[in-house]
Design a protein around this ligand. Structure first.
Ligand code: C5P
Length: 406
């Protein structure tokens, strides 16, 4: 668990239904060791009582901008100076607009203008409000000014809608706040990740592909970016949103993925081949839709280039991590693949199980290097990705990173 000891966190609670979750956020921040003070907007007071946040933070709650009593204790300028980080959670659409425009008619607005602290914002609102261009422009502007935007997540909302706009979980918010005080374990490292399936055309309407959802590769890209890496995600066709702070290159076929990978790896430190690349492609791709025939149809297939082997042998200093999706003899087959493809590490998972692997939200894998084998028990792909990024960071030879210039 990250530590927030000796850190002063000022939590701004604004007036949305998710305000009740600020209680848990304040509690977690204190568990992490932070000194916590809370500002509530007048609208937030309609949703959660100040006394709750006072008890949990161990400090009086600040509400009014002009409050003689509060100013005698800790006024708004002192509050702004006191904070090492200002966390606005939940941040309503209105409060985001207020921050963007620099309105100082609330205590939170005034403190935002006055504080030299790092700013983190966890938005929460109805999905239509979140997706409105005005709101998205506000988010982009706050990000441009250096604020860390945490969430929102997607799902069922208090109003009954389904979509993006749910407050990130209190745990994620507290962890992201804590992480913002520690330099990322992959700071300055350039990481290329392939993800998802590839599609090999048969004719203009048909293709050969596989069940890869891309979830593991996308989770790795998000975890690497969170760890401070500069991430290029080369993705086959998937139904996932691009992770924040990653450069996304979309491809269809294995050959396109190969070309994009070779280009991206010229200047990279780490390559993670999480894609389920088709091993074969059609020798002849018909330019017209192939008509159904009375007899059987035979397709002649030729081998695709092995991308991970190609990028590894073309780039001496690249730290290369492969994936082995196996249905039997999991670790033995993965070991063979590690040797054959000359990888630095391989992540082995059992794709014969339906509760993990392809398309599942969870995974259970082995992390195998030439001299170690670690079993990682079943957990969410998000958590697993963080653990794998930690393994890579531990294993990475930092001289290798320093060797590559540009
Ligand atoms: O040989 P196999 O497909 O089982 O190896 C899996 C690993 O190799 C994965 O990391 C996958 O991304 C990579 N791979 C590749 N190019 C291919 C086939 C697999 O990079 N053509």
């Amino acid at each position: 668990m990250s530590s927030l000891s000796n850190k002063n966190i000022l939590v701004g609670v604004t007036g949305g239904i998710a305000a009740y979750k600020s209680a848990e956020i304040v509690r977690l921040l204190r568990d992490f060791g932070a000194d916590v003070r809370v500002i509530m907007t007048p609208a937030a007071v309609e949703f959660i009582r100040p006394l709750t946040l006072q008890a949990l933070s161990g400090n009086p709650v600040h509400i009014e901008l002009v409050d003689a009593e509060a100013e005698a204790g800790m006024g708004h300028i002192e509050l702004a100076r006191w904070a090492d980080l200002l966390l606005v959670a939940p941040a309503t659409a209105n409060s985001l607009a207020t921050l963007v425009h620099g309105a100082a008619d609330t205590l939170l607005g005034a403190v935002y203008l006055a504080t030299p602290a790092t700013v983190a914002i966890a938005p929460a609102m109805n999905q239509g409000m979140w997706l409105h261009p005005a709101n998205l422009a506000n988010i982009a502007e706050l990000e441009r000014r250096g604020a860390t935007i945490i969430g929102p997540t997607s799902g069922l909302q208090a109003c009954g809608d389904v979509g993006p706009g749910r407050l990130a979980t209190p745990t994620e918010i507290a962890e992201r706040v804590a992480a913002s005080f520690t330099p990322g374990i992959l700071q300055g490292v350039r990481v290329i990740i392939t993800a998802g399936p590839t599609r090999e055309a048969i004719d203009p309407v048909r293709y050969i592909s596989n069940h890869s959802s891309g979830k593991m590769g996308y989770a790795l890209a998000a975890a690497a970016a969170d760890a401070g890496a500069t991430v290029t995600l080369i993705s086959g066709p998937v139904n996932l949103d691009a992770p924040e702070h990653c450069h996304l290159t979309s491809v269809i076929s294995a050959n396109e993925m190969y070309l994009a990978s070779m280009q991206a790896c010229k200047n990279a430190h780490v390559f993670i081949g999480a894609a389920a690349v088709a091993d074969y492609r059609c020798v002849d791709v018909s330019s017209q839709k192939i008509k159904k025939q009375a007899c059987n149809l035979t397709l002649q297939l030729e081998k695709n280039i092995d991308i991970i082997t190609a990028v590894g042998s073309a780039n001496d200093h690249l730290y290369v991590v492969g994936f082995a999706a196996e249905t039997e003899n999991l670790t033995a087959n993965a070991q063979l693949k590690l040797d054959r493809k000359q990888l630095n590490a391989i992540v082995a998972n059992d794709v014969s199980r339906t509760d993990i692997g392809f398309d599942a939200d969870d995974n259970e894998v082995y992390w195998i290097t030439p001299n170690s084998e670690i079993q990682m028990h079943k957990k969410s792909k998000t958590q697993l990705a963080r653990d794998l990024i930690q393994c890579i960071a531990n294993d990475l030879d930092h001289r290798t990173v320093a060797d590559i210039s540009g």
